[in-house]
Design a protein around this ligand. Structure first.
Ligand SMILES: Nc1ncnc2c1ncn2[C@@H]1O[C@H](COP(=O)(O)OP(=O)(O)OP(=O)(O)O)[C@@H](O)[C@H]1O
Ligand SMILES: [Mg+2]
Length: 125
């Protein structure tokens, strides 16, 4: 089991799953602690809504297999992360991004990983 810190979410990564919680330790000059927590909760809520809305038409979203209300938790299968964003993968991501990934998603290679050999986006808040 490992953990991974995003800007808004804190992920606990087990062998098969990623548990994404809002970060409670975030605070910055502009936002303050309370707004940072709200932002984290909203990130999980938005991600779940994107999943609900696009899951049928977009095969490149890592599924959310369980979630708690108010953005308290999103659970996904664990992907293998792309550590070395080589040229071919970037091209593939660019193609996917242009065609099938909803506009709301940031097309950054760091948001992508492999799930059962398929390239998927695991951060789409
Ligand atoms: N399904 C997954 N499989 C494997 N690792 C994951 C998965 N979901 C999240 N992670 C890991 O947890 C980290 C934080 O999750 P995520 O990127 O979704 O949070 P975030 O707060 O939106 O981060 P960012 O700052 O990149 O926007 C990711 O960078 C990644 O390392
Ligand atoms: Mg993100």
């Amino acid at each position: 089991m490992t953990t991974s810190l995003g800007c808004t979410r804190y992920a606990i990564l087990t062998k098969n799953y990623a548990f994404k919680f809002p970060r409670l330790d975030n605070r910055n000059y502009y936002w303050g602690w309370f707004c940072c927590i709200l932002k984290s909760l909203i990130a999980n809520i938005v991600e779940y809504n994107v999943w609900k809305h696009y899951k049928k038409e977009c095969p490149f979203l890592c599924p959310i297999i369980f979630h708690l209300p108010f953005g308290l938790l999103n659970v996904m299968p664990r992907c293998t992360e792309i550590l070395d964003t080589d040229f071919k993968l970037s091209i593939k991501i660019a193609h996917m991004a242009l065609s099938a990934i909803p506009d709301v998603i940031e097309k950054n290679p760091h948001n992508f990983g492999f799930l059962n050999g398929q390239l998927v986006c695991f951060d789409y808040e």
